[in-house]
Design a protein around this ligand. Structure first.
Ligand code: RET
Length: 266
């Protein structure tokens, strides 16, 4: 068997910039993440309540991670060439933007932390959501980087989807009940819908894209993720922080994180 020659970072970099559509899918997000950070810091300048501040910090970390993530992709650092072991692109070398899955490991827990705090989650549910979310991202990374067997790529994908189901359960079943008690049901329900609908898009585009069955090309898949990111990160964060910036009693009140079954006892 021939040993595959390693593709250098400079070659990956050239491949990215030969495709203007692909390169722009990174730079648009670098710009939007930068603007979001400035806007969110400004929106939070007068916030004094500790829980409202924590929601602000967790939410601001999302574009902070995003900016770094997209710089990693735009510099070719977190992009590799992988040889697809099966599917429509079997035997072909495709660009894998594996840095995305890696950085989701850092950004998506922040989204869940902010949502959990808004809902008034107890720490057990928050821990469950965050741990399974991290497991989802890491096994998604494993799926993207497995080149030995096409079946095992999908095996990892299946494992990742199972972990995703746990996150969805907390989001759709547990936290709405908490939010109703806490008094944040309305805003929580908006953010929950936005999150669930957009988050579903990621596994769908993974499956259709170059790293899955290969009906969508690399640049189109990358733009799909970039567009989902705009909604799941910046629009989501803006809606959440607009609500929290006013420091409503539902956020600053007595319902907080606790280890017990319910936050309020009345
Ligand atoms: C993968 C592939 C394997 C199966 C599943 C996936 C789910 C990914 C999700 C990503 C969400 C990312 C967000 C990023 C914002 O910073 C890894 C694509 C289930 C849900 C919201």
């Amino acid at each position: 068997m021939l040993l595959q020659e390693a593709v250098s970072q400079a070659e990956v970099f050239d491949m990215i910039y030969e495709d203007a559509v692909l390169a722009s899918s990174f730079w648009v997000n670098v710009a939007l993440a930068g603007l979001s950070i400035l806007l969110f810091v400004y929106m939070g300048r007068d916030v004094e309540d500790p829980r409202a501040q924590l929601i602000f910090v967790a939410t601001i970390v999302v574009p902070v991670v995003s900016l770094s993530s997209y710089l990693g992709l735009a510099s070719g650092l977190t992009v590799s060439v992988v040889e697809m072991p099966g599917g429509a692109l079997a035997g072909e070398e495709v660009l894998s933007m594996w840095g995305r899955y890696l950085t989701w490991t850092l950004s998506t827990p922040m989204i869940l932390l902010a949502l959990g705090l808004l809902a008034g989650s107890n720490s057990t549910k928050l821990f469950t959501a965050v741990v399974f979310d991290v497991a989802m991202c890491v096994t998604g990374l494993a799926a993207a980087l497995t080149t030995s067997s096409y079946a095992l790529r999908w095996g990892w994908y299946g494992v990742s989807c199972t972990f995703f189901a746990v996150v969805l359960y907390v989001l759709l079943v547990e936290w709405p009940k908490d939010a109703a008690e806490t008094g944040t049901a309305e805003i929580f329900s908006t953010l929950k819908l936005l999150t669930v609908i957009l988050w579903f898009g990621y596994p769908v585009f993974w499956a259709l894209g170059a790293e899955g069955i290969g009906v969508l090309g690399v640049a189109v898949t990358s733009w799909a993720y970039s567009a989902l990111d705009v909604g799941a990160k910046y629009v989501f964060a803006y809606l959440l922080l607009s609500y929290v910036a006013d420091e409503p009693a539902s956020v600053t009140g007595p319902t907080g994180l606790s280890g017990g079954a319910t936050a309020v006892d009345d």
